[in-house]
Write a protein that binds this ligand. Structure first.
Ligand code: UDP
Ligand code: MG
Length: 339
């Protein structure tokens, strides 16, 4: 285990990759936050799956600011055939930043993203690698069933991804999370995307390339609790919408145009009524209704504008996506196969 000096990794700065005799066939990236209860079994299952490939691979753990003993646990993991690499971020930057840190440091010929809580079963790795070797540059894992997740989470997630795939300028496959395999070429493209607002499902889909979809049943979490709550999910949804589509701005314009047209017609009607019949003072309820309706539309449109301006503000600061604090690598004890 070697501690590297504390330094910031600007997003565009190339990260030094470890030199090994042979380039690993696969790098499995596992971001985690306080997952001490599951890491040992996760490591065991991932290594068992990689063993079936009979090639030298890499497992890359990213500690996203854990407060429990996850780092101590993970930095002591070893394997005779595979390289185990552990990066520690200086605080919790979010799963998206942790995955980006992993993709910058991965040295495999293809990369697999996997959750530490074993909701994405590592046993699918050989099938994913097989699909990649057959020619697919991206292998997306589509969820058939989502065991252990509440009805409300499943429905809101389903509606959100439906909505996103409708409004996004690039297709995002429904029911596909971060669990996927990507060729090194695809990862290199994603590493060049400079945005700080990392809506990963959109970013991962953006490069395109040849795709294959495999289906799987998502298991319940092995232990511990989900790190997501509704405020975080709403934030993620707003980030996704504003970083991958400008359609809400178009809708605000359309709402403005429609209400202006309605107001114009109403003005004509009221004017004619007053001129022809003379009109007593119009009713209080209708006036209030119109004021509230217009006020609502205006505030909503300002809010939509604000969301986009907020993103511009964050992007313009050009802060690094994450700060790397420690790097622990255990080389395989012996190389048996050269890939
Ligand atoms: N995670 C992370 N940083 C965070 C939140 C989550 O690295 O800020 C990791 C977490 O430890 C797990 C994966 O991301 O390995 C998925 O998180 P979780 O299971 O909480 O999400 P869910 O499966 O409920 O969507
Ligand atoms: Mg999970």
């Amino acid at each position: 285990m070697s501690a590297i000096p504390y330094r910031q990794y600007a997003h565009s700065e190339p990260v030094k990759k470890p030199v090994t005799k042979a380039q690993p066939l696969v790098t499995v990236i596992i971001p985690f936050l306080n997952e001490a209860d599951v890491l040992t079994i996760c490591h065991q299952r991932v290594c068992d799956a990689l063993d079936q490939l009979h090639q030298h691979c890499e497992v890359l753990y990213i500690d996203d600011g854990s407060q429990d003993n996850s780092w101590t646990l993970v930095s002591q993991l070893k394997h005779p055939l595979h390289q185990i690499r552990c990066l520690r971020l200086s605080r919790n930057f979010g799963k998206e930043a942790a995955m980006s840190a992993g993709m910058k440091s991965a040295s495999g010929r293809c990369v697999i993203l996997l959750d530490a809580d074993l909701q994405d079963p590592p046993e699918y790795i050989p099938a994913m690698v097989e699909a990649w070797q057959a020619g697919a540059q991206v292998v997306e894992m589509q969820r058939r069933e989502r065991h252990g997740e509440s009805w409300i989470k499943r429905t809101t997630a389903h509606c959100f991804y439906r909505f996103m795939s409708k409004i996004s300028d690039h297709p995002i496959t429904e029911n596909v999370g971060d669990f996927r395999l990507m060729d090194q070429k695809v990862v290199n493209v994603i590493n060049t995307l400079p945005e700080r607002t990392r809506f990963m499902k959109g970013l991962l889909a953006w490069p395109g390339f040849t795709r294959k979809i495999l289906t799987f049943d998502r298991d319940p979490r092995l232990a511990g609790d989900t790190k997501w709550n509704y405020p975080k999910l709403i934030h993620l949804a707003l980030e996704g919408i504003t970083s991958f589509s400008t359609k809400p701005l178009r809708w605000a314009t359309m709402a403005g145009l429609t209400t202006s047209a309605i107001a114009f017609v109403m003005a004509l009607v009221i004017f004619t009524k007053t001129i022809v019949w003379g009109d007593p003072v119009a009713g209080y309820p209708s006036t209030m209704l119109i004021i509230l309706f217009l006020g609502g539309i205006q505030l909503l449109s300002i809010g939509v504008l604000g969301e986009y301006i907020g993103r511009l503000f964050i992007e313009s600061k050009q802060r690094p996506l994450y700060v790397l604090m420690e790097d622990a690598t255990t080389k395989p004890t012996f190389h048996t196969v050269d890939s």
